[in-house]
Design a protein around this ligand. Structure first.
Ligand SMILES: *Cc1c(COP(=O)(O)O)cnc(C)c1O
Length: 384
């Protein structure tokens, strides 16, 4: 099976992890701040908080922005469920903004219209979470301008997008957002096995994220409520979690970070090969590199409209041919859990249309030119 995504681990990555095994710290130790500083350097943001997953990062990012019961958070239906669940963890409710089927990203026109309507009924969102689908950046300057007009905060779900740039600036710089979240799951651009990171330019948000990562417990006298009796005193000042990354994971992540650009270039090259081979087929790749460079976490095609009814058959035929195709994503609002919460099919028609036509082809740095040919041939056979 040619998988749709796969990590690329080299000897230097292995050496970095083994070194940690021989060191004093296995859980959070000196490698965690090294990894955080590495991503700060890579993105240009001021602060980073490494955690055990992007899901955890989204959760504490919502909390750090004050999301709680009575608040509403908006995100895209075309994402992994974690983009929406984070708001529910905080006791807030979730709503969705329909996508532009050409990119699968949140539609700016839909967002504008929905904000206008929400302003009239006084139910504006506290936070909006745009998702850079496949690594293709959303139009962040435009979303940021809307945040100033309507007073919401922004968390970029950049789980797909470390290595992407927007208007010449790395995604993660937080130039147009309060927090940006990365995932280091093995299928993403770089990996720490499991892991995530929350970037921000606000010292206050950063301190909050650091606190929430580890039980809400501080040893910093300036963060304490009382004057400490002695150097042994730690204080719990918030209800936090154990969301820490280990030094083993941080060492792997830091080693991988050095290869991020190489990975993205390889992904862009392979995507270019796909583009050429698919040009004559009745399929359309998602729009990309519109506002900058996409890290190309995923290569998604849409079957041309009249073929959408065959998507299931094409999927099965390609799987049978040993091609690990996938679907990103089933619209979140159609999941049973969300249907129980009042959502139903038909509510976000562009997302549902996108979903019906979408197919993810394998893309990862270890894919060969021959693999691309094999995938394209299998697609051609499946379509005819
Ligand atoms: C992978 C992913 C997540 C969750 O990442 P984890 O690190 O596995 O928790 C969240 N959002 C999106 C868009 C993702 O693709």
């Amino acid at each position: 099976m040619i998988p749709y995504g796969r990590q690329d681990i080299n000897d230097a990555d292995i050496k970095a992890v083994v070194e940690v095994l021989r060191s004093d710290f296995l859980t959070q130790g000196p490698r965690v701040p090294s990894f955080e500083n590495g991503v700060v350097g890579y993105t240009g943001a001021s602060y980073a908080t490494a955690v055990n997953s992007a899901t955890s990062a989204l959760h504490i990012a919502c909390l750090a922005l004050g999301v709680g019961p009575g608040d509403v958070v908006w995100t895209s239906p075309i994402s992994f469920v974690a983009s929406a669940n984070c708001a529910l963890y905080c006791g807030a409710s979730v709503d969705f903004v329909d996508v532009d089927p050409k990119s699968g990203n949140m539609s700016l026109a839909e967002l504008r219209a929905k904000l206008e309507a929400a302003a009239e009924t006084d139910c504006l969102p506290k936070v909006i979470i745009p998702v850079h689908l496949c690594g293709e950046p959303c139009d962040m300057a435009a979303i940021h301008a809307l945040s100033l007009k309507y007073g919401f905060k922004i968390i970029e779900d950049a789980s797909h997008a470390i290595g992407s740039t927007y208007d010449g600036v790395p995604v993660g710089s937080c130039k147009f957002s309060d927090v940006t979240v990365f995932s280091f799951h093995p299928v993403k651009i770089i990996t720490s096995a499991e892991g995530g990171m929350a970037m921000t330019n606000s010292e206050e948000i950063h301190k909050r994220l650091q606190l929430l990562r580890s039980h809400g417990v501080t040893r910093e006298p300036d963060q304490m409520t009382d004057v400490p009796e002695g150097a042994w005193v730690y204080e719990q000042v918030a209800l936090g979690f154990n969301y820490r990354l280990t030094d083993l994971q941080a060492a792997l992540g830091l080693s991988q970070l050095g290869r991020a650009d190489e990975f993205v270039e390889r992904r862009q090259y392979l995507a270019g090969l796909y583009d050429e081979r698919l040009a004559a087929m009745p399929v359309t790749p998602l729009e990309r590199n519109v506002f900058g460079r996409s890290a190309l976490h995923l290569y998604v095609i849409r079957l041309d409209g009249c073929l959408a009814h065959k998507r299931g058959q094409v999927f099965e035929a390609m799987r049978a041919a040993g091609i690990g195709v996938n679907i990103h994503y089933i619209p979140i609002h159609t999941q049973p859990y969300y249907r129980q919460r009042g959502f139903s099919e038909g509510m976000f028609p562009r997302s549902e249309e996108y979903y019906a036509e979408a197919l993810t082809l394998p893309l990862h740095p270890g894919l060969t030119e021959k693999d691309v040919s094999t995938v394209c041939q299998a697609l051609q056979d499946a379509l005819s």
